[in-house]
Ligand binder design. Sequence first.
Ligand code: ADP
Ligand code: GLC
Length: 482
Amino acid sequence: MSKILYISSEAFPLIKTGGLADVAGSLPAALLKQSQDVKLLLPAYPEVLKKIKKKKILAKTRYYNQDVNIIESCLPGSHVIVLLVDCPVAFNRPGGPYTDHHGREWDDNALRFAVLCYAAVDIALNKLALSWYPDVVHCNDWQSGLVPALLSLSSKRPATIFTIHNLAYQGVFNKQTFTDLKLPKKLWHPDGLEFYEQLSFIKGGLAYADKITAVSPNYAKEILQPEYGYGLSGLLKHRRKDLSGILNGINKKHWNPGTDHYLKQKYNRHSLNKKSLNKTALQQELSLQVNASIPLIGMVSRLVEQKGLEFILDSLGKILSLPVQFVILGTGESHYELQLSNWASQHPDKLHVTIGYDEALAHRIEAASDMYLMPSIFEPCGLNQLYSLRYGTLPIVTAVGGLADTVNDANQKNIAYGTANGFVLKNKNSSALLAAIKRALVMYKKPEQWRQLQHNAMRGDFSWQTSAEHYIRLYQQAIKTV
Ligand code: ADP
Ligand code: GLC
């Protein structure tokens, strides 16, 4: 049994902007189930404080002349203990965890997440007298990147793991920020926190963590190439022997078409004929033509370049000329929101776009759709294709990152082997996207084959238990190295 401090900047159901929240809301619980002693460290955003029930102040401290409380509570729906870093100046404000209501990054993000990191370090080094300190500190993404760097300066310290959920987000700030944050001067060098004379939070993880993981085996390989490495492939190559890929799992309780209370009609592998009732209900809800035989394509996504928005917009006219309906739910860059909304107002009978964040609608789209579109230009793991597979909604994806690890194209060979569960674009461009959609539509007209693909998809096992076992083995290896 190891004692693990798991640090994240978001965790479902307390606070979520994307897949990191799903992971941080599930993996600690899976670790707990395997008898690990795990605590989740999160910033005390207002939304989080509102959602937690019992809270207890465990420690009081100060960072950057600000009072900070460490509050203990429980992750709703689990037995996972949550430690909240309550620093009102940093975290108690309206808006999202990283941006304001208009999507603008908070200009004190470096300070905000430095506070999170210093709290983690003090817990890790048993400086806050919590009567608990970890054997392993598991950091996630740039927001916790300073932790391995700061801990590397202590001779007696826990092991550190850094998980890359998305290398495109690095937490890079100007050099003055390094001084303002009063970070130890020893850490300022090209093999440390310095990144072309700027301060890089993510380098704190990549350069100093004992072990590094990426959220899928394929992404762990891809990031060694400049195309996917965002300027860090050289460093990652250097750390190659400590880098591995562990595929994310899914929360099978929350994403289960057999028990999903958001759905009009629950269904499972043996009652797939009921799935289409969700489609007609959604068509009705979104004022599309109500007809169960029209193929429905769904998409729930951050609206950013990563998710293939350029390919989609380039081919949208042609997609909408096909006999399909297309439903999109998302928020993100305003130019994408605007363009998609314009298309929807010109084609109200075929395309429905909801701009916003809506957990319930996300579930209804997964259940209602026949196909799920995810033509990402890179995708560290991707969770929506996994939810789609579980809902018998066949993903149409690019062969990148975790998408390539989890979706098998419906080609002759995979069909014959019984492994085909979706459609993989032959290239990363809009004509390949259109070709894949057309292939899916041809297959959709063959109900028996389609049903077989749905069965293959729903059979996939993406449980957290398997991934948790991998992490536990890695923790043990890392503990041995310190
Ligand atoms: P990423 O983390 O890159 O955004 P993932 O596929 O790993 O991509 O995870 C995205 C998660 O966020 C999924 O749980 C998805 O359902 C959810 N999500 C994204 N956008 C929305 C939205 N507008 N409304 C509801 N859920 C959303
Ligand atoms: C990131 C990635 C996504 C991944 C998620 C959870 O947001 O973009 O691919 O699934 O993290 O690991």
